[in-house]
Ligand binder design. Structure first.
Ligand SMILES: Cc1cc2nc3c(=O)[nH]c(=O)nc-3n(C[C@H](O)[C@H](O)[C@H](O)COP(=O)(O)O)c2cc1C
Length: 189
């Protein structure tokens, strides 16, 4: 048992959608090497936008002062060895659910308050367009690269591809296999 912890943040409103299916495969891969996997379906949670109150960066502050469902996720982020963002492309970027969580990382990813440095990241992304550029996936992947560079994390892998209707990704065995393998990498250290 590696005992490594993998945290998956699900950004689609579709519980059984394509990104959730990829995330399921990644979780299987991580568990196959003894990892503990936690998944949060963000759409069901009460997570509010960052208010830029700066309460998180005040002297003696104990993190984000917004009391909502982001609080347990902060604890899981601190414990995790690997963090996975699973999202469809919405309007040439990530979903609002994912972006809201990213904004809330302001409390734990900046300067002396950065608890994320050194962790591993995994990115899972799906889009309806046949091309990663015209779909907007490349914008979102680049955003994750910039975020990772800023945080001092390492992107271990990005698995992305085309699917439209919920579940269509099941027909892409290669992508599912890639997601499983990324889970093995993230889970096995
Ligand atoms: C509001 C909305 C915006 C979308 N924007 C894009 C887009 O910009 N580019 C694209 O290729 N697909 C876009 N799509 C299609 C989804 O990315 C695609 O259906 C994906 O497979 C959904 O993943 P899911 O099943 O995990 O929700 C959009 C879908 C919705 C509902």
């Amino acid at each position: 048992m590696s005992g490594r912890k993998v945290l998956i943040l699900l950004g689609s409103p579709r519980k059984a959608g394509n990104s959730a299916i990829l995330a399921g495969r990644l979780a299987e891969g991580a568990r196959s090497v003894g990892s503990e996997v936690d998944r949060f379906y963000l759409h069901d949670l009460d997570i509010n936008p960052c208010t830029a109150c700066e309460g998180c960066h005040r002297e003696g502050s104990r993190g984000c002062v917004v009391d909502d469902d982001m609080q347990p996720i902060y604890g899981k982020l601190a414990d995790a060895d690997s963090i996975v963002f699973a999202t469809p492309v919405y309007w040439f970027s990530v979903t609002a659910q994912i972006k809201t969580v990213i904004d809330r990382l302001y409390a734990v990813g900046v300067g002396d308050d950065n608890i994320l440095a050194g962790k591993n990241l995994g990115i899972l992304m799906v889009y309806a367009d046949s091309d990663p550029f015209t779909s907007g996936a490349v914008n979102a992947l680049r955003m994750f690269q910039d975020i990772s560079g800023y945080l001092g994390t390492e992107i271990v892998g990005m698995v992305y591809g085309t699917a439209a209707g919920a579940g269509q990704i099941e027909g892409n065995e290669q992508l599912l296999e890639d997601a499983f393998r990324l889970g093995v990498k993230l889970g096995g250290g």
